[in-house]
Design a binder for this molecule. Structure first.
Ligand code: DAH
Length: 343
């Protein structure tokens, strides 16, 4: 027993004299005293050689020693941990930094921004409206009353709780939002997301993007519409781009026209995108229907206007040769990383 107590005293002194300042010497200390084959364990193993009546007392002494050895370990561990920031102080600021990968813009945003930029140079300012729209703004003043057959042109997502509300099917709703507040001259461009109840495929999606344009003022003519869109197309696709207008029907314009450009993919020789015609439709347009102006209290004898609406995905397809609409919303970085801003 005496021998054991003397041993413990010596170990205590040994520990007191130690200052393991780094992780390696601390680990050496742990193995020596607290490890599975360490001193504390071997001292406990000695208990069996002590007389029975002394066992309790020696057990107490050994427990105290064990706690002492452990608390020293914890203390040093915390101290070496705390000293780690000094390593950070050794950080050399003159070393080259780790490069931060920068993000890229989504192709839809790039093209949308470019459209806004081009029309901005012609004096058009951006107007926006809600994506959850009421039935009235989406249809009624655009000459699409509740029972109008043209409503069938768009498969609409209605809001279950209140069928007066829907996900807007086109950005033409922003025309209504602006004309109810603003009097001519109006010159706006309205980019945004629209929704239609379509089965998702490479060529159709339940959401996509449009840009609407509206110009209402005195003496606005179809020639203005043509020249404005021609300017846009050449800025967007290059000075060699050609356009052609085909008569069409939209309830909110009279006359109405669809506009094609010469295919940017095959250059006119014929491909899948232009269905071997050499021409691709990019937008619908026309002179704002006088009734639509009157719906907003705008004197249709004094004012005329033109409007157009284009699908941004289609412009992207022609500009970047993206032939599957699903790519835009799959968030695949390999796809998204490829686009660089033009403006
Ligand atoms: N709103 C039409 C659509 O979604 C596109 C459109 C056609 C807009 C003619 C216009 C326009 O402003 O004048 O299909």
């Amino acid at each position: 027993m005496e021998q054991l107590l003397k041993q413990i005293e010596d170990y205590k002194k040994e520990i007191e004299s130690m200052t393991p300042g780094d992780a390696a010497s601390l680990e050496a200390y742990r193995i020596k005293f607290l490890g599975t084959k360490g001193i504390v364990k071997s001292l406990f193993a000695e208990i069996k050689n002590v007389q029975n009546e002394m066992k309790k007392e020696i057990g107490q002494v050994l427990n105290d020693f064990k706690q002492f050895a452990e608390s020293k370990y914890e203390y040093w561990k915390a101290a070496t941990g705390a000293s780690q920031p000094s390593a950070i102080n050794k950080f050399d600021p003159s070393l080259p930094g780790d490069p931060l990968p920068s993000g890229t813009r989504h192709p839809i945003s790039l093209v949308s921004n470019q459209i806004v930029h081009i029309f901005g140079r012609l004096g058009f300012s951006v107007a926006e409206g809600p994506e959850i729209e009421d039935d009235w703004h989406n249809f009624t003043p655009l000459n699409l009353p509740a029972d109008h057959p043209a409503r069938d042109m768009q498969d609409t997502f209605y809001i279950h709780k209140n069928p007066d509300w829907l996900l807007r099917t086109h950005t033409s709703s922003v025309q209504a939002r602006v004309m109810e507040k603003q009097k001519p001259p109006i010159r706006i461009i309205c980019p945004g997301r629209v929704y239609r109840n379509e089965t998702i495929s490479a060529r159709a999606h339940c959401f996509f993007h449009q840009t609407e344009g509206l110009y209402v003022d005195e003496k606005v003519s179809f020639a203005d519409l043509k020249q404005t869109l021609y300017f846009f197309v050449r800025e967007m696709f290059g000075q060699d781009a050609k356009i052609r207008f085909r008569p069409s029907y939209f309830p909110f314009t009279e006359p109405s026209a669809e506009m094609d450009i010469n295919c940017r993919i095959c250059g006119g020789s014929g491909c899948n995108v232009c269905k071997h015609t050499g021409w691709v439709e990019i937008l619908g347009s026309g002179m704002v229907h006088p009734k639509m102006l009157e719906n907003f209290g705008i004197d249709s004898n004094k004012y005329t206007g033109f409007a157009f609406g284009m699908g941004i995905e289609r412009i992207c397809q022609l500009k970047y040769r993206i032939n599957d609409l699903r790519l835009y919303s799959q968030n695949d970085l390999r796809f998204l990383k490829q686009f660089i801003a033009a403006v």
